[in-house]
Write a protein that binds this ligand. Sequence first.
Ligand code: MN
Length: 337
Amino acid sequence: MFARAPGEGVPLRVIGCDTEVVSTFEAVHEPLPARDVLLGRTTHVRRVLPNKTRRMIGAWCFLDHYGPDDIKSTGGMWVPPHPHTGLQTVTWLFEGLGLHTDTLGSRRLIRPGQLNVMTAGHGIAHAEVSPPEAPSVLHGLQLWVCLPDGVRDATRPDFTHLAELPTFSDGGVTARVLVGSLGGVTSPAPSYTPLVGAELRVAHGAEALLPLDPTFEYGVLVVSGTALVDGVRVETNAMSYLGGGRRELPVGGLAEDPEEEVVVMLLGGEPFEEEIVMWWNFIGRSHEEIVEQRSDWNGTGVDFVPERFGVVAGFDGDRLLAPPMPTTRLRPRARSL
Ligand code: MN
């Protein structure tokens, strides 16, 4: 832990527990260890969010990092139709090719450098697979953004594909802005809370100062190479929570091969203060809501049509049913311990 003084003039936000007061609004370096999770039969992912101590960074509430995998041995991505509520899914590839289909009738290939953002609102369902023409290597991220309470049921389900994203370059770092604004450029991706997500490509030996918003909290995930983030080495596949109160962030790169770029994901946002219930592919605010969402998807009988979510047309296979509810009640949880 490399704790520093909070940024000048920035209000110290205090999260109060009965006995303990934890300030989360200062600049820190806090490793967020990834958990290995088996998806399907052969695909392993590194789950970084939610983490034990930090469940969210801004409204970012879920982060799976997968690959680089040889899809000849893993079988590639095969995620049959499944529902979402109360969140946006954000798909980002470093290598490979993906095919997205959903209950709005969307059918879209996604390539590295392109963005898929699906807004569930009250309910949507989608499938994500590696199409037959996919190259052998697959490497990417699956992220979720939590929708605020006033928005989640009021917003229509939406799918947005962005073939190109705004970028800026400074001091050997090229940033591609997926969501929100960074360095004066703004992504057209729909978002409902103050948020940023960007891919940074850092030349070997470069050192740049990224302008940050001191009211945001941030985290970095190193996707390839080693990054120097505010002077701290962050290795490949490691995530570091950076806290808030920062107006700028020094980012440098140490690639094994000087020809290669170091790739870093920067995630940030205004701390999300609502307590949420995240279970399976749903986000609600109470146990009862999740029970209802589950039964709206699973239904009963072979002829059941999940009206709330719709049907993913053209998918060759069965939809994914939700597992049984846990025997204990689901409790709303705050963004950090
Ligand atoms: Mn999904």
